[in-house]
Design a protein around this ligand. Structure first.
Ligand code: DGT
Ligand code: CA
Ligand code: CA
Ligand code: ZN
Length: 578
């Protein structure tokens, strides 16, 4: 039994015990055990079988867990887990995962109303049976309904970063197939959409069957949904679907254009073709009076050229601005990762980060950056040991000490991620904020307030002359939490008037601003966008690439992105420095 499987059993135990309302310490012991096992570099079994070593010496694995692991390795299962699974069937457990519901409340709904699955839960909310329960009320009934909608969507679509994980594994698996001559991913994954319904792969292969056989041999394959002569769909772990199509080499470009979509983009492409007396489909470009002979199709570029357009970057193919842009003759020139000069949102060990200022600075240099801002949390975020004025000033003194050693290599900015308080106003006094080089303002508490309240709070922060940017402006977490209610146009208006920047948070679960908002802020309001990682560790700095993808979908070029220039060149963009 490998470490991964043991850890999974422990996670299941933790989840079920939580559902049962067990002692939190026992629950945490399982969580910690699972993490400890996942972090181990050698197989648990190996330690267990070595008489000279003791598994209980591994941090996070106590005596009880050692006993459990011993049983698990010997018998392949855990009697306690089987018992719990009997008591709480998977359908009930699914309720516990509904955002905003949680294990405790789900267990009560199961016990008190006899609700067994998501469908019954939805019905009970809709017929107003839940609001009457003690501790629930109308508001939490609505929260459950909203959560159900999110959970349903989450079950179907995966975050882009997740699809990318599958993409990388598939690319590597398929690259060893000798029959495949050319391969490209298409669909929403290629367009860089924030979530993907499935993965679409196009290949040129001879013989076609060999490529399909190879895909069927992909180890995580769970089932083959369908297989024809040139098309196959499989399902891999986590219910994720992968479609592969085998096409002819001289039709590859046309097929890639077609299967990259989006559907809306392709509708426009076809109508532009029609206006020129042409027909575009997945097999090529044809003259309407000669449907037998394709006049183009080997490369995607030829398809666009046939309708008088330059090649359109896949990220823009949503029928939003790409056609007007293409006709204007301006090159697309979208922002690229290499254009980014700084990262102005990151946390350190002073609050909830894992690395020190020096670690983050070195890592930033290694990634080619010339400036970073240290932006730990402010005092209101007590859970993360947020900084009060004194600790913040101590951190700045530390930055002063470090600066000489980074002279000429990296500018380390004295920053803060200052909370916007529930009742309005900033979490730190103005005289402290005035001393900072860079102030991010963000909402972490009171996210369920009314649209008026939240909008007022954010407008208040924007009006503060020391605030340089609003971090993750809508608070949404993809598949987990909707954006808070906010009058986003009022925010854009105010940000533009005060020269306050807006962040595109690159964390793949946030991607906040959302692409359409980002496009509006940039194009309509001329607000410079700052793309930040919000890193809580050194590896966290690598999420910049997802922010770039989102920025490209918003049509952002280098000049629209504030931190695609040096810190000194950025300053004139901000009200604080005028
Ligand atoms: P997804 O998978 O839901 O994240 O989104 P897509 O865009 O990847 O959609 P998918 O996988 O159904 O199809 C990939 C592309 O193939 C799609 O963007 C456009 C094209 N396509 C697929 N089915 C149709 C169709 O019935 N009509 C048209 N016009 N295009 C289609
Ligand atoms: Ca797709
Ligand atoms: Ca598909
Ligand atoms: Zn942050």
């Amino acid at each position: 039994m490998d470490n991964q499987s043991i850890a999974e059993v422990f996670e299941q135990m933790a989840e079920l015990l939580e559902f049962k309302g067990e002692n939190p310490f026992r629950i945490r012991a399982y969580h910690n055990g699972a993490k400890a096992i996942l972090d181990l570099e050698e197989p648990v079994v190996q330690i267990l079988e070595d008489p000279s070593r003791k598994l209980s010496d591994v941090p996070g694995i106590g005596k009880t867990l050692v006993d459990k692991i011993t049983v698990l390795v010997a018998t392949g299962s855990l009697p306690q887990l089987l018992e719990l699974q009997e008591q709480f069937p998977a359908s009930v457990l699914a309720m516990a995962r509904v955002p905003g519901l949680g294990a405790k409340k789900a267990a009560r709904l199961h016990q008190e109303l006899g609700i067994d699955n998501l469908a019954e839960l939805k019905a009970a909310c809709e017929t107003d049976q839940v609001s009457g329960l003690k501790g629930f009320g109308k508001k939490s009934q609505q929260t459950i309904l909203d959560g159900l909608a999110i959970a349903q969507a989450a079950a179907q679509r995966k975050k882009w970063v997740h699809a990318d994980g599958w993409g990388a594994r598939l690319r590597s698996h398929l690259s060893s197939c000798e029959a495949i001559e050319r391969m490209e991913f298409a669909g929403s994954y290629r367009r860089g959409r924030e979530t993907c319904g499935d993965l679409d792969i196009l290949v040129v292969a001879d013989p076609a069957a060999a490529a399909m056989d190879h895909l069927e041999a992909f180890p995580p394959r769970k089932e083959t949904i369908l297989r024809g002569d040139t098309k196959i769909s499989i399902r891999v772990d986590e219910a994720f679907q992968v479609d592969m199509r085998v096409v002819a080499a001289d039709q590859f470009g046309a097929a890639l254009q077609y299967f990259t979509g989006s559907q809306a983009h392709n509708v426009r492409v076809r109508s532009m073709a029609k206006a020129k007396g042409l027909k575009v489909n997945e097999y090529g470009v044809f003259r309407e009076d000669d449907p037998e002979h394709s006049i183009a199709g080997g490369e995607e570029q030829e398809v666009y050229a046939a309708i008088g357009l330059p090649w359109v970057p896949p990220e823009l193919r949503e029928d939003r601005l790409e056609f007007d842009w293409a006709k204007s003759g301006d090159p697309f020139d979208l922002i690229e990762l290499k254009d980014i000069c700084s990262d102005l949102h990151m946390h350190t060990t002073a609050t909830d980060g894992e690395a020190t200022i020096g670690d983050m600075a070195d890592a930033a240099i290694a990634r080619g950056l010339t400036a970073i801002a240290i932006t730990d949390h402010s005092q209101r975020v007590a859970m993360a040991r947020g900084l009060d004025p004194q600790r913040l000033r101590e951190q700045w003194a530390r930055i002063d000490q470090l600066r000489p050693q980074y002279e000429g290599r990296l500018t380390i900015l004295k920053g803060i991620e200052c909370d916007i308080l529930e009742g309005g106003g900033m979490d730190l006094p103005d005289d402290v904020l005035a001393e900072a080089d860079w102030v991010l303002a963000s909402v972490h508490y009171g996210q369920r307030q009314s649209r008026e309240q939240i909008t007022d709070r954010i407008l208040g922060a924007i009006a503060n002359p020391h605030v340089t940017a609003i971090a993750h402006p809508t608070g949404r977490l993809i598949n987990r939490r909707e954006a808070y209610q906010v009058d986003i146009d009022a925010v854009f208006q105010a940000a533009a008037e005060t020269s306050t920047l807006l962040e595109l948070n690159a964390n793949p679960s946030r991607l906040d601003l959302h692409e359409v908002h980002c496009q509006t802020a940039s194009r309509r309001y001329n607000i410079p966008i700052v793309i930040n990682t919000d890193a809580h560790s050194i590896d966290g700095l690598d999420v910049m690439q997802y922010g770039i993808l989102q920025a490209r979908r918003a049509g952002l070029q280098k000049q629209h992105v504030a931190n695609a220039r040096s810190w000194d060149a950025m300053k004139p963009l901000m009200g604080k420095y005028r």
